[in-house]
Ligand binder design. Structure first.
Ligand SMILES: Cc1cc2nc3c(=O)[nH]c(=O)nc-3n(C[C@H](O)[C@H](O)[C@H](O)COP(=O)(O)OP(=O)(O)OC[C@H]3O[C@@H](n4cnc5c(N)ncnc54)[C@H](O)[C@@H]3O)c2cc1C
Length: 399
């Protein structure tokens, strides 16, 4: 059977990118189905920071209010050294004047709000995609259980180790960044002021935290290490040892974290791809441009992708490959800049040597807050084409 406009756009993956793409397409009345390999919505996980660029999109989709109800609005960010000496402060809620303030929230809450905003049964859980057929004459996906679904188009939003990307473009190696990351959710916010996030830099290690609503805080810790390392029987105790002597609130947050609830991931990104699309299929989010988490922009950029996709598919229903090429053109150079900027930022922030660190810290401390704020604001500003896309999706957040 060949595809017709009545077939849904099939999105592979119900992460923030896939769910927001589904919401954007539903907004422009494009039928959509999301296939997620997990058997049910994921309740675990850690937190995420959604910055003003992503919050503008979510506001345009009518979701700012329900998201703020489950998260914590961010007002201030502080970078300090491991002893607690302040290096730089940023008024996070003033980086996008007139725009929404950033929000910290639990990933499970984000997924719940996004899924609830979609028409019932849009997301099919327990549906693992094995392969994609991108031929515009008959696009579709094959599932691990042997089923085949015909699609109008296929969008791979299946994360950094994307099956869709491998199926379309062949295998790609992800790049190890040289450090590993632990994440957890503290049941309490000891030592954190409301609306404040912190990040402490020490020798080859960092620790950061922010409130995420419901009296909880999300924290992350990084350390230079070979890839593939493992913790012993008690990862929390090992982390407490590794960060012993660091300034408040590091030890208090670790102490408020349930044992057994610490996640560990080696940090990887993806070298820029020459193209994202083939025929009637394309990539979105981490599948297309996975970046290190240093700028807190991976999910935000996936959410921006969703606007561009909704816009091109909603406004050019005819020539699909041309529409997907347009989507790529809108998104490729911006996401590429985030990948390289984030990678470089992480390399410097993970410096271990005392001399290099003291020079770096002195430079950061000497940078006027206004200069740092301008640089962050220009990074967060949505490009004019995306603002037009947001208007088409009908958002107040597009002003
Ligand atoms: C330590 C850390 C901290 C981070 N902090 C932030 C932050 O504060 N702010 C921010 O913006 N970003 C942050 N990020 C980045 C962010 O997590 C990712 O960029 C974001 O989750 C990407 O969203 P996605 O929807 O593209 O992919 P994912 O979130 O990876 O979702 C992919 C989905 O596809 C599903 N899937 C995979 N394969 C298949 C298949 N074959 N068939 C069907 N389904 C499949 C998966 O189960 C998953 O649900 C962080 C990342 C890390 C590692």
């Amino acid at each position: 059977m060949s595809a017709s406009p009545s077939h849904p756009v099939v999105i592979v993956g119900a992460g923030p990118g896939g769910l927001c793409a589904a919401l954007a397409l539903a907004r422009v009345h494009v039928p959509v189905a999301v296939l997620e390999r997990a058997p049910q919505p994921v309740a675990a996980g850690a937190g995420v920071l959604l910055q003003s660029n992503a919050m503008r999109v979510l506001a345009a989709l009518g979701l700012e209010e329900p998201l703020r109800a489950v998260g914590a609005t961010m007002e201030h960010g502080l970078v300090a050294d491991w002893r607690g000496r302040p290096l730089q402060g940023l008024a996070l809620d003033r980086l996008d004047p007139g725009g929404p303030a950033p929000l910290g929230l639990h990933r499970a809450d984000l997924a719940r709000v996004l899924t609830a905003a979609l028409p019932c049964d849009t997301v099919r859980f327990g549906a693992a995609v094995r392969e994609v057929q991108p031929d515009p004459a008959d696009p579709g996906v094959s599932l691990e259980d042997g089923q085949r679904l015909t699609a109008r188009a296929v969008v791979g939003a299946d994360g950094i180790h994307s099956t869709v990307r491998a199926s379309l473009l062949g295998p790609r190696m992800v790049r190890y960044a040289g450090y590993t990351c632990w994440r957890g959710v503290a049941l309490g916010v000891p030592g954190l002021e409301p609306g404040h996030m912190i990040e402490h830099w020490g020798p080859g290690q960092r620790f950061g935290a922010l409130p995420i609503g419901a009296g909880r805080a999300y924290w992350f810790a990084t350390a230079n290490a070979p890839a593939g390392g493992e913790d012993g029987a008690d990862p929390l105790a090992a982390l407490q040892g590794r960060f012993a002597g660091w300034a408040s609130p590091v030890s208090a947050l670790l102490a408020a974290t349930p044992a057994g609830a610490v996640l560990r991931n080696d940090i990887h990104d993806l070298a820029p791809l020459g193209r994202w699309s083939s025929g009637a299929a394309t990539l979105l989010g981490d599948a297309a441009h996975a970046m290190t988490p240093n700028l807190g922009q991976g999910a935000c950029q996936a959410i921006e992708d969703a606007v561009a996709l909704g816009w091109v598919l909603g406004s050019a229903p005819g020539d699909l490959p041309a529409a997907l090429e347009r989507y790529e053109r809108i998104r490729r150079s911006r996401t590429r800049r985030f990948v390289s900027r984030s990678r470089r930022f992480g390399q410097v922030a993970q410096w271990r040597g005392a001399t290099a660190r003291s020079l770096r810290d002195a430079l950061v401390a000497a940078t006027p807050d206004a200069f740092a704020a301008n640089s962050a604001a220009s990074m967060l500003a949505l490009p004019p084409l995306l603002v037009r896309g947001l208007r088409m999706l009908g958002g107040e957040g597009s002003s």
